[in-house]
Design a protein around this ligand. Sequence first.
Ligand code: FES
Length: 100
Amino acid sequence: MNPLKSARARPGETCTVSFDGRPLPALPGQTVAAALWAAGVTAWRSTRGTGEPRGVFCGIGVCFDCLVTVNGRPNQRACLVPVRPGDVIRTQEGTGHGDD
Ligand code: FES
C-alpha cells in the first residue's frame, strides 16, 4: 500500500457497542481495547482469586491480560478482536465461566 494513502485515511462512520450495559461509540477497524480506551475505560477484567483489575498490558496478543467477554464469549483478547456494530462487551470476572 502507498504510505500516503494511509496518511490521508479518514475513519468511517462510528457504530455503537455496549460495555457493561453502557453504549459506547466505536470506529470501524478499532479493536475492542481501542474502543474501550477511547471511552476512558482502562480495566475490563478482574483476576481469579484476588480480583485485581486488568486491561491492556502488551497490546499485541501475547500476554492475555486483556481478556474480556464479547457477545457472551469469554476470554477474547481485547487488543486483537475488532469491534463490530452492536457488540455486547462485558467485564470478565476471573475465568469468565462463573466458576470463581
Ligand atoms: S494486552 Fe496482551 S494479549 Fe492483549
